[in-house]
Design a protein around this ligand. Structure first.
Ligand SMILES: Nc1ncnc2c1ncn2[C@@H]1O[C@H](COP(=O)(O)OP(=O)(O)OP(=O)(O)O)[C@@H](O)[C@H]1O
Ligand SMILES: [Mg+2]
Length: 501
């Protein structure tokens, strides 16, 4: 039940980073037993505000009140002691520890005499918390061996162990399957009943309407307003977020496909890819749908040479090509934008600009094999503008960009390579509604310039909205190839679970 006094109040919060005023007088209040959505475009300041609340960053000014008392949150530990837990946008699990060790990291019970950790107890306690969120992963395996979805579940279990009264979830479902998301929502309902306040950040509007009671909207570091979810429409909230009305979320343009650019025949890889054959034409977007574990990403990685195929052929413009490494793939005009940007796509400690050109430095060499810095910089600026990457300058370190803007910078990197075939895996994960539309416009431009695009996506609306054809996969096999005009959600789901009626 909602309580009448807020558990948490933040008022006049200001936070500046060099060159960026990330928060400029923001307010927010959260009540026990309620889910408050924090909405805003990429770079609006959502994560920064939550990092202040959880003691990661110090505010420049403003007031925070928890349970009616003004507090200074000087460290993560202090915030935890006051009952604030956060599940960060970028997963922060430790890959070489077990699931159980991650859940109780820094919080393990040690035997008084031997100073050793009781492994059995650790396992049993972890199991209990994992069960609460319906996660079946074995607590004794290493985190690096489990899926990104399960890693996210571990972060959630970890927050649950801390007995918190305010739980912040910063884009918790980006890597979860539909089933896992439903389970998470069940858990959130239980937390609500216990009187916990939940602050929930997501770019998926349907989630906001399913699970959140209220929303607070930020734009460019400023407070825009609040709304009660059941009294608002999606359009209302989007208008508050982007400050204008959005037209045509999926600007579909019919393909003028001509020649086949990429053809794969009978690809096999371990038991993940079981004889996949398909082709993509120039000027075409091939959407790839399927549930998690259907072999979509593995297929892409085999084509890109990251995984060594056991069998099959790859043909570019009718000619067989040998691809044994990503370098071979790039030389043959194939690029792959990975779904997991943190580990595969970007170098956090390097500047935004350098991240964009690092795979393509050859392009900027002059006759003397020296990098033409001006040419490089011009290109960087051009693409930062083209993709509206929000950054004070191209020299900014990648790690200082908001999650969605990191994704845009990586997309820019691959587009700059000007590949014939661009494979993109979950391109709009974590991207706000306005920027999604910009990305679709860019994909359409690439398509019109004759590129072949393979777009792997779990976002059904996006797959249906901009693909010319949709390939559906299930257990490493192609179970459907559907034309734009004939596609609908039901048909895709039927192929994705491979039931034949
Ligand atoms: N440590 C930092 N150093 C410098 N700038 C930062 C830092 N952290 C965040 N910023 C900047 O502050 C602004 C707000 O970023 P924040 O991560 O809070 O956005 P967000 O609303 O969470 O966006 P997204 O939806 O993309 O995750 C951005 O311009 C970002 O680049
Ligand atoms: Mg964020």
């Amino acid at each position: 039940m909602r309580e009448c006094k807020p558990i948490l109040q933040m008022e006049g919060i200001v936070k500046s980073f060099p060159g960026v005023k990330a928060l400029d007088g923001v307010k927010l209040s959260a009540y026990g037993g309620e889910v408050l959505a924090l909405l805003g475009e990429n770079g609006a300041g959502k994560s920064t505000l939550m990092k202040i609340l959880s003691g990661v960053y110090k505010k420049n000014s403003g007031k925070i009140t928890i349970d009616g008392e003004e507090v200074e949150l000087k460290s993560i530990k202090e915030a935890e002691e006051l009952g604030v837990a956060i599940i960060h946008q970028e997963l922060s699990v430790l890959p070489n520890l077990t699931v159980a060790e991650n859940i109780f990291l820094g919080n393990e019970k040690v035997n008084k005499y031997t100073r050793k950790i009781n492994k059995k107890l650790l396992k049993d306690r972890s199991q209990r918390f994992l069960e609460q969120i319906g996660c079946k992963v074995n607590p004794e395996i290493l985190v690096k061996d489990i899926s990104v979805g399960d890693q996210q579940m571990i972060e959630i279990a970890k927050a649950l162990t801390k007995n918190s009264k305010i739980i912040i979830m910063d884009e918790p479902t980006t890597a979860l399957t539909e089933v896992e998301t439903k389970k998470l929502f069940e858990v959130i309902k239980k937390l609500k009943k216990k009187g916990i306040a939940i602050i929930y950040i997501s770019h998926r509007m349907e989630e906001i309407f399913t699970i959140c009671d209220k929303v607070t909207v930020l734009r460019d570091g400023k407070y825009v307003g609040e709304a009660i979810t059941k009294d608002a429409t999606e359009d209302d909230l989007i208008a508050m977020m982007v400050g204008r009305k959005l037209k045509e979320q999926f600007p579909y343009k019919k393909a003028k496909s001509k020649n086949t650019l990429l053809k794969v025949e009978n690809l096999k890889y371990k038991n993940k890819v079981n004889g996949v054959s398909f082709e993509v034409k120039s000027g075409e977007i091939l959407g790839v749908a399927g549930l998690m574990g259907s072999g979509r990403t593995e297929t892409a990685k085999v084509i890109f040479g990251e995984y060594k195929k056991d069998n099959g052929e790859i043909l570019i413009e009718g000619k067989k090509v040998k691809i044994n490494s990503p370098k071979d793939a790039i030389q043959n005009g194939i690029c792959y934008l990975s779904e997991d940007r943190k580990t595969e796509g970007l170098i956090l400690g390097m500047s935004v600009g350098h991240n964009m050109t690092i795979s393509n430095l050859k392009n900027y060499e002059n006759a003397l094999k020296k990098i033409d810095k001006n040419k490089e910089q011009n290109d960087i600026e051009k693409y930062i503008n083209k993709l509206s990457v929000k950054t004070p300058s191209s020299k900014q370190l990648m790690k200082n960009l908001s999650g969605g803007n990191q994704q845009k910078a990586i997309l820019a990197k691959w587009i700059m390579l000007s590949p014939k075939v661009l494979i993109i895996d979950e391109p709009t994960r974590g991207i706000d509604v306005g920027a999604k539309k910009e990305i679709y416009d860019i994909l359409n431009q690439l398509k019109e310039s004759g590129k072949a695009i393979i777009m792997i996506s779990s976002d059904m609306a996006e797959v249906l909205g901009i693909s010319d054809r949709i390939m559906v996969m299930h257990e490493g096999k192609v179970t459907g190839m559907i034309k734009h005009e004939e596609a609908n959600q039901e048909l895709i789901m039927k192929c994705a679970v491979a039931t034949n009626e």
